[in-house]
Design a protein around this ligand. Structure first.
Ligand SMILES: Cc1cc2nc3c(=O)[nH]c(=O)nc-3n(C[C@H](O)[C@H](O)[C@H](O)COP(=O)(O)OP(=O)(O)OC[C@H]3O[C@@H](n4cnc5c(N)ncnc54)[C@H](O)[C@@H]3O)c2cc1C
Length: 561
């Protein structure tokens, strides 16, 4: 029997991070929930013990059920007939097993039958599920839609929808349309008020909707007739029992084949408004997407971890020229690069999750009892960091999962491209992570403002202050100088040059942050030290290369005037 939690010491360690005390105390309202629910933790140790045992249970299901089913699900895939989707057999078994183990609704409040786990724990669960089967993780993690209902819905809507999600009803997030992809403000699916039945109704088409035949949907729709921009969009909730939505077809895809990607027809489907009109995209979908981007970060790390472990095991067993290929420098280097990228991605994933937890915790506290002393500042600090790091995580972790799975195939040689081994599937599954929940280019657009307003460079300098070894502090200072030089170089030469190089600037900043997070983790074991040294060296090389490229490459050279 395997266990994706117990076989990876890098997961459990997240619960002992110094910020966890603050996060858990906020989540548990200073452990007062235990007065109301006898299964709520009474102190920090009690809470961590509960996370630990739940993760161990999920880790076992991931290894023994979901990962075992993954190759069959990949081959069978879902099917669509008469407007409805049927999951592959393995997907149905995965879903049944997790429902029976009460592993849905992890982060929901207890009063809605959830476990009230912090984001750190929910994200860890997502990483493990994705390591087992990235396509299934899509279906499982869409329960995050519940967070949006919980945050912005009224009490009646929450009481109606949230316990269902905790019981295993699945969700979908219906934003994209044929003519509204990255540019969601041009969504045109129509929401209209039906006087006769006193309900909102939805009419139109959505495209590329993961798990589109879900029980509960969140839908972005145009409620304000005659508008064409974001201010005319509202968010609605729909339940399958209400009727009026059919699946026109499901896409045939490169990867994540177990996850049905649906084209949907809304035929005057009844729906309920979430929160206030006109705030659909501006407020609610932005929040929903930030959560989903963190989820894709976890998915990317899970896929990368699976590829790294498979490649490592294969390199130990495969012999060429009379010795295991892991002893060949070229193979050992590939594995070391893969490991450094996985560890750097994971470090950023949990750092971001911690900031999200802190920001959510203080925001909730502000609503219920108000904030005291420096709590207001701490809330702002956490929110700013969460907003800044989320797009950087999504960008880099998803790009790395593509690179790591590519290298994993290389380590396998010819066996890598045949479907008898898992790495071919992992490679196909990784590809979409740089596209959905906002493409890499859109993550750059979201992150670059923290470069131009100086917040990311400043946070890098702040972290340098805690580095005690002079040699390392000097190397990080040099990296911070290079980043600032590159930013100033572009800024001084105008908008076009800045726009051309904005991805390079975000990447430079992101690589430094990841190196700094690995610095904080080193010393734990040999792997952590190796990953830090390797990632820092790569960061230095990439930084010098990007800085040079920025100096010699201008918009004219790609044909732009
Ligand atoms: C398998 C799968 C599952 C999905 N699941 C869902 C789901 O559950 N719910 C949902 O609502 N949507 C879903 N999507 C849709 C997904 O979010 C979009 O595909 C994605 O946002 C990109 O939109 P697009 O495909 O229309 O590409 P486009 O927006 O047409 O982009 C094409 C290219 O132009 C670039 N580009 C566009 N605008 C800019 C810009 N301003 N600056 C720089 N570059 C830009 C893009 O980066 C990309 O390279 C899914 C997609 C796939 C493939």
């Amino acid at each position: 029997m395997g266990n994706f939690y117990k076989d990876n010491i890098r997961l459990k360690r997240q619960f002992t991070h110094p910020l966890m005390h603050e996060i858990v105390a906020l989540r548990e309202k200073n452990y007062t929930e235990s007065e109301q629910f006898d299964y709520a933790p009474t102190d920090f140790e009690d809470a961590v013990e509960c996370y630990d045992s739940t993760m161990a249970l999920l880790g076992e299901i991931c290894a023994d059920v979901i990962a075992t089913n993954a190759p069959y699900v990949d081959r069978q895939g879902p099917s669509c007939a008469n407007g409805r989707v049927t999951y592959a057999d393995g997907t149905q078994e995965n879903h049944r097993t997790l429902t029976e183990a009460s592993l849905y609704g992890m982060s929901l409040p207890r009063r809605f039958d959830g476990l009230n786990f912090p984001t750190v724990a929910a994200i860890m669960a997502a990483e493990m599920v994705a390591r087992a089967d990235a396509g299934f993780e899509n279906i499982w993690s869409l329960q995050d839609c519940a967070e949006t209902i919980n945050e912005f819905g009224d009490e009646e809507l929450k009481a109606e929808m949230l316990p269902r999600i905790a019981r295993g009803e699945t969700c979908s997030m219906d934003l994209t349309e044929p003519d509204a992809g990255s540019d969601l403000q041009s969504a045109m699916l129509r929401a209209w008020w039906d006087d006769e039945t006193q309900t909102w109704r939805l009419t139109g088409v959505k495209r590329f909707i993961t798990n589109g035949d879900a029980h509960i949907k969140l839908i972005l729709a145009r409620s304000e007739e005659g508008t064409t921009d974001a201010r005319g969009l509202s968010l609605f909730v729909y339940h399958k029992d209400w009727g009026g939505v059919t699946v026109r077809r499901i896409e045939r895809k490169l990867g994540i084949k177990g996850s049905p990607t649906c084209e949907l027809v809304f035929d005057n489907a009844p729906a309920k408004l979430v929160g206030s009109r006109r705030m659909g995209l501006i407020k609610y979908v932005m929040s929903l997407m930030n959560g989903a981007r963190l989820g894709i970060g976890a998915q990317a790390v899970g896929i990368s971890e699976a590829a790294l472990q498979a490649a490592h095991q294969y390199a130990l067993e495969r012999k060429q020229f009379g010795r295991p290929i892991i002893e060949l420098t070229a193979v050992a280097e590939m594995l070391s690069v893969m490991q450094a990228k996985v560890d750097a991605s994971r470090a950023l994933l949990y750092e971001t999750a911690r900031f999200v937890d802190l920001a959510k915790g203080y925001t909730e506290k502000a609503k219920n009892e108000g904030l005291e002393g420096d709590e207001r500042q701490r809330n702002k600090w956490a929110q700013r960091n969460a907003d800044m790091l989320t797009p950087i995580l999504k960008l880099l972790a998803s790009e790395y999962s593509n690179q790591v799975t590519y290298d994993a195939i290389q380590v396998f040689g010819g066996s890598g491209v045949v479907e008898d081994f898992p790495v071919a599937r992992l490679y196909r599954d990784a590809r979409v992570t740089t596209i959905y929940e906002g493409t890499s280019q859109l993550q750059v657009v979201a992150a670059v403002k923290y470069i131009s307003n100086g917040e990311l460079p400043a946070s890098i300098r702040e972290r340098i202050a805690s580095i005690s070894e002079p040699e390392l502090a000097e190397r990080f200072t040099h990296l911070a100088d290079e980043l600032e030089h590159a930013v100033n170089y572009c800024t001084e030469r105008g908008n076009d040059l800045f726009t051309l190089h904005q991805r390079r600037l975000v990447e430079m900043g992101g690589h430094i942050v990841m190196s700094q997070l690995l610095y904080a983790e080193r010393g734990v074991d040999e792997r952590a030290e190796q990953s830090f040294r390797h990632y820092l060296a790569m960061t230095e090389a990439w930084s010098a290369e990007r800085k040079r490229f920025i100096e010699i490459f201008s918009p004219e050279q790609i044909g732009l005037k």
